[in-house]
Design a protein around this ligand. Structure first.
Ligand code: HGY
Ligand code: MN
Ligand code: MN
Length: 410
């Protein structure tokens, strides 16, 4: 069969997505494979098996990134694809997994058709993309491109108090391949949009041109635990109230800044968390994002000023710790255009767009030309077991990935 008529096998892709989704499944049907957990290891083992069954050589680097390699006619810089299989606690079955499993499906399709690309193809599985257990997010791809030293990454402490390097060794994925194992000719990641745009507009493919900036920080508030019944309001140093005030401030800030500004208090623990004790301590996280770096910095400054005022007004101590900070990234316009052209040739509607979520491709863009292919998320829902993408959209994304990779590897 001529290469341009090739199509991926949707049923095979769907079956693999369904099987991987059973690894770390929770009672409410969510995928929970926090990075470097036993469930993440089980998912990794399964993907490595599928890579080998697809005829790829599998190698693992020092931060646990997995690479399936398919030789090309020439021994030259490869074309890379891939994503991640670690999840948040309430993960869906497509976030990250689609990019990895569609990459393997592309290789299977080429194997079945006896098609050998000029350039080698590589499918990557990057460690700790979510950043939910160990900050920052996209940690594996950040180390891969030299944005974070390996020892600094190993020293990161997770939300459970365990050390990243120890957990990586414990699950047996602290590999010996050098960093970076490959300097790709180009990198293309397929991912669900995780937002509402494509679904709302009835468009099948997103040609992703850029990723918005991300700012994560941990905020620690130290007040004074005291008796809920005997302490007059004027004498309180209520860390719980201060935490609530931060949440309300961020909602107002997002509204005032407008545009693409988003603000989230995602994690919050308060101590002692009892009905009759004024909270003495609270730790929370703040996730700020914007496509405009200058506005994102303005949001960070406004929050810092608010925290100083709040500490003064409430008589609490407030400390912040940076967890992640990535500026907006612009992808390679040529590849984004190529994605749009391939989508049109395959008969799929397509539009250019921005990514609201962070992705490994934004790190790969530091060492090679990179861009992304999006497919719709129903109602824009993600990081939720209700995350869903229609089978025909999954297939369309895999086929657009196949032909974009074929063109880049020719
Ligand atoms: O947070 C993110 O954007 C991604 O899910 N790591
Ligand atoms: Mn993802
Ligand atoms: Mn995610």
């Amino acid at each position: 069969m001529k290469a341009e008529h090739l199509r991926t096998v949707a049923d095979r892709l769907l079956a693999n997505l369904a099987e991987l989704a059973t690894v770390g499944v929770t009672d409410d049907g969510a995928c929970c494979r926090l990075a470097l957990s036993d469930d993440d290891r089980a998912g990794r083992d399964l993907v490595c098996r599928w890579m080998r069954e697809a005829g790829m050589d599998v190698r693992i680097d020092a931060i646990g990134n997995i690479f399936g390699f398919r030789a090309g006619v020439e021994d030259t810089a490869p074309v890379m694809t891939g994503s991640h299989i670690d999840t948040v606690r309430t993960g869906g079955r497509y976030d990250g997994c689609l990019g990895v499993l569609a990459g393997i499906e592309v290789v299977r399709t080429l194997q079945d058709a006896g098609v050998r690309t000029r350039r080698p193809l590589v499918v990557g599985v990057f460690t700790n993309e979510e950043g939910a257990r160990f900050a920052p997010d996209m940690l594996g791809s950040l180390v891969y491109v030299g944005g974070l030293a390996l020892d600094d990454a190993y020293a990161r402490i997770g939300i459970d108090g365990l050390r990243l390097g120890d957990e990586l060794a414990r699950i047996g994925y602290r590999g010996d391949a050098p960093l970076p194992l490959y300097r790709p000719h180009a990198h293309v990641e397929l991912h669900i949009e995780q937002g509402p745009v494509l679904d709302a507009e009835g468009i099948t493919i997103g040609a992703v041109e850029n990723v918005q900036g991300i700012s994560w920080q941990e905020v620690s508030i130290a007040g004074q635990a005291n008796h809920a019944g005997t302490t007059p309001m004027r004498l309180r140093h209520d860390a719980g109230y201060a935490a609530a005030a931060i949440g309300v401030f961020l909602r107002t800030l997002a509204r005032e800044l407008g545009g693409n500004q988003v603000c989230t208090v995602g994690a919050l623990t308060q101590h002692p968390n009892l009905v009759n004790v004024i909270p003495g301590r609270v730790t929370l996280t703040v996730d700020l994002r914007n496509t405009e770096e200058a506005v994102l910095q303005q949001a960070e400054r406004r929050l810092a000023a608010f925290l100083a005022e709040l500490a003064e007004a409430e008589g609490v101590a407030i400390e912040t710790r940076r967890l992640a900070r990535f500026e907006p990234v612009v992808f390679d316009a040529g590849i984004a255009t190529r994605i749009s052209r391939v989508a049109a040739r395959l008969g799929h509607s397509c539009r250019a767009m921005t990514s609201g979520a962070g992705h490994d491709a934004q790190m790969m863009a530091r060492i090679c030309k990179a861009a992304m292919v999006f497919v719709p998320s129903v109602a824009g829902i993600s990081h939720n077991p209700a995350e869903h993408t229609a089978p025909e959209h999954l297939a369309a994304g895999a086929d657009v990935l196949l032909h974009t990779l074929l063109e880049l590897a020719a």
